[in-house]
Write a protein that binds this ligand. Structure first.
Ligand SMILES: C[S@@+](CC[C@H](N)C(=O)[O-])C[C@H]1O[C@@H](n2cnc3c(N)ncnc32)[C@H](O)[C@@H]1O
Length: 223
């Protein structure tokens, strides 16, 4: 857990690089995303669409995002959710600081930022209408606690959605994760496959739809 925390504190210090990678900003990032993750521009667009596919248009309930990271992907989406009550949680204060500055720059008011552990969320049972997790479950050290807590804080019939890495879809990506992301604390095993994720979510939720683009699975579930 400390290794992961330290890794993302480091990323928080260099958040501009992380943001450029996550947004497929320019030629170097595009080449890296294509080479390492197999995502060309069309696939990257699909990756983004599936990450946010579970948020209903004009959603105006209570939303938890865990982990928000620097908010580079999600805060632009929140700009269009005026009626929603949004809580963004992350373990790393440096990643959260970057997200807070982004929210200020975007003049995004009313979004709450909280430092916390997905395995011990500081919210009551059934508190949220929607829980969003983008690129979190391949990072969290205690996945059992993370699955359990994200479900606990969600209301009955609430939506659990987002995206995560799944193994077995791209040999080069799997190799890169094993040799670079994991030893440096950016990813943490064990990882789901598309099938194990579909099976697991179908048991845990009343409805579960899983899609994928290359090594990223998108999921939309109903509690
Ligand atoms: C790959 S980043 C994803 C951030 C963001 N969702 C995105 O896609 O840009 C993973 C994030 O998970 C956070 N994290 C790792 N372990 C955590 C935990 N136990 N509880 C909460 N956040 C955690 C890290 O601090 C980091 O910001």
């Amino acid at each position: 857990m400390n290794k992961i925390f330290n890794a993302y504190q480091f990323v928080g210090d260099y958040s501009k690089f992380f943001d450029r990678m996550m947004t497929n900003a320019d030629l170097p990032e595009r080449l890296a995303l294509k080479f390492l993750w197999g995502l060309d521009e069309a696939a990257y667009k699909k990756f983004l669409e599936q990450a946010f596919a579970g948020i209903p248009k004009s959603f105006n309930g209570r939303l938890l995002e865990i982990p928000v990271g620097t908010g580079v992907l999600s805060l632009p989406v929140y700009k269009n959710l005026n009626g929603a009550e949004i809580y963004c949680v992350d373990y790393s204060d440096k990643m959260l600081d970057a997200a807070k500055s982004r929210a200020e720059q975007m003049n995004l008011r009313g979004v709450k930022f909280i430092q916390g552990d997905v395995g011990n969320l500081p919210f009551a049972d059934n508190f949220f209408d929607l829980v969003l997790s983008i690129n979190g479950f391949h990072v969290f050290a205690d996945k059992i606690a993370a699955w359990s807590e994200t479900q606990r804080v969600l209301k009955d019939d609430g939506i659990f959605c987002g995206c995560m890495y799944v193994k077995g879809e791209n040999t080069r990506t799997d190799f890169f994760i094993k040799k670079f992301c994991e030893p440096n604390g950016f990813f943490s095993p064990p990882y789901e496959t598309l099938k194990s994720l579909q099976d697991f979510l179908s048991k845990k939720y009343s409805r579960a739809e899983v899609s994928h683009v290359k090594s990223f699975a998108g999921f939309v579930c109903r509690k």
